[in-house]
Design a protein around this ligand. Structure first.
Ligand SMILES: [Zn+2]
Length: 377
């Protein structure tokens, strides 16, 4: 008896249907994969995620499992658009634990630079550690990482998905000099360091070999293309849910408000309810990144409060900003324009993270039984 036919009215052959839905879910996952630290919310070892068979009791390796991690991260960050930075060793592209279709998809993701591929025999978790150390992004891991340099999400099975629990023993350090340059790989068509990043986008952090920046994919020494301003990815949240992202680069102040005079500012008026529209000024707060720190300046009518936290779990301490006085915002801090409207770093969960329902789930269309089914090539 076809389990799918029982569940759906389509009447088609279930393998055809499951294949179609698998493609659709993999497409949704693909849209959320990135090697741009400014678009990502965390870094994961792709093989570890795909091999988490305990999550569903299915095949030893399944690419769809990556979607459970994307959704788990979305739930933490209240962000239906957040990206996942996945790293894999080259051998995974020909691993026969995956179906031929999955291997084809993996190769496409690699060719398009959506996932980072490291040479055969590389320690993937070593590279994850390096990326998180250089960018401040949290790592996601199924096993404890007691000496990790930054925040770590412990990933565990929860009803129908992955629950992420953030531990913040490590603090991210000041930006490394290697992340303040634009790099180019001498290998033609390199998917990681071929094209310089576009406006508002970032580049993967180089691998450091004895302090020398090399391409993590090809191991070749990278060519220095000049300075790149340190940039921090910020998000505006309403009731804990992200409504918009913006990049704050060093050297340019970004105005956030209901309808900023500056056309390059961040306009949030359309997301505000009646109360929010009354409370949030047209020009409300200026955000400025400056080589490793973020400054917020209140320019509003009703004021700005910073909810200061020393870690994700610390109780927030409220500080009222003085008008026109820049204030240094910590990595866990949230800038409150109005009780429901906050600005914070894209990769840091909001305080009192509600573990809210996932918006824009990549697994919405996934065949829930696919992972327990025999291989569908
Ligand atoms: Zn390269």
């Amino acid at each position: 008896m076809c389990a799918y036919r029982r569940a759906g009215p389509c009447g088609c052959r279930h393998d055809v249907h499951v294949r179609f839905e698998t493609h659709r879910a993999l497409d949704a996952i693909e849209r959320r994969l990135t090697a741009d630290p400014l678009a990502a919310g965390a870094v994961v070892d792709l093989a570890e995620a795909a091999r988490s068979a305990d999550l569903d009791g299915g095949r030893p390796a399944a690419l769809l499992r990556l979607g459970l991690f994307v959704d788990g991260l979305s739930r933490q960050l209240g962000d239906g658009g957040i990206g996942l930075y996945a790293v894999a060793e080259r051998g995974l592209l020909s691993d026969t634990d995956f179906t031929s279709n999955e291997r084809m998809v993996l190769r496409r993701w690699s060719d398009d630079g959506l996932i980072e591929i490291v040479p055969p025999g590389s320690q993937v978790m070593g590279r994850v550690r390096e990326i998180t150390g250089l960018t401040g992004l949290p790592a996601i891991s199924r096993t404890p990482l007691p000496t990790h340099p930054g925040p770590v999400y412990a990933a565990s099975a929860s009803s129908g998905g992955v629950a992420l629990k953030l531990s913040t023993t490590g603090q991210s350090s000041r930006p490394h000099a290697a992340t303040g340059r634009t790099w180019r790989c001498p290998t033609p068509g390199c998917a990681s360091f071929g094209q310089p990043p576009g406006p508002g986008a970032g580049q993967p952090p180089p691998a450091l070999l004895g302090g020398v920046p090399v391409c993590p994919r090809h191991g070749e020494r990278l060519q220095d293309q000049g300075p790149r301003p340190w940039t921090v990815a910020m998000a505006v949240r309403i009731d804990g849910q992200v409504c918009t992202h913006f990049a704050a680069p060093t050297g340019r102040r970004v105005m956030v408000g209901r309808a900023p005079d500056d056309p390059t500012g961040v306009t949030i008026g359309s997301w505000l309810d009646e109360e929010g529209t009354r409370r949030v000024s047209r020009n409300h707060v200026l955000i400025e990144a400056r080589d490793g720190i973020v400054l917020a300046t209140d320019v509003s009518t009703n004021g700005v409060i910073v909810r200061g936290r020393t870690s994700a779990t610390a109780q927030p301490r409220r500080v009222t900003l003085s008008r026109d006085q820049p204030y240094v915002v910590g990595e866990w801090d949230e800038i409150e324009l109005h009780p429901e409207v906050t600005i914070g770093r894209t990769d840091r969960p909001p305080s009192g993270s509600r573990g809210q329902a996932v918006q824009n789930s990549v697994m919405a269309d996934a065949p829930t039984i696919a992972m327990r089914l025999p291989r569908v090539d």
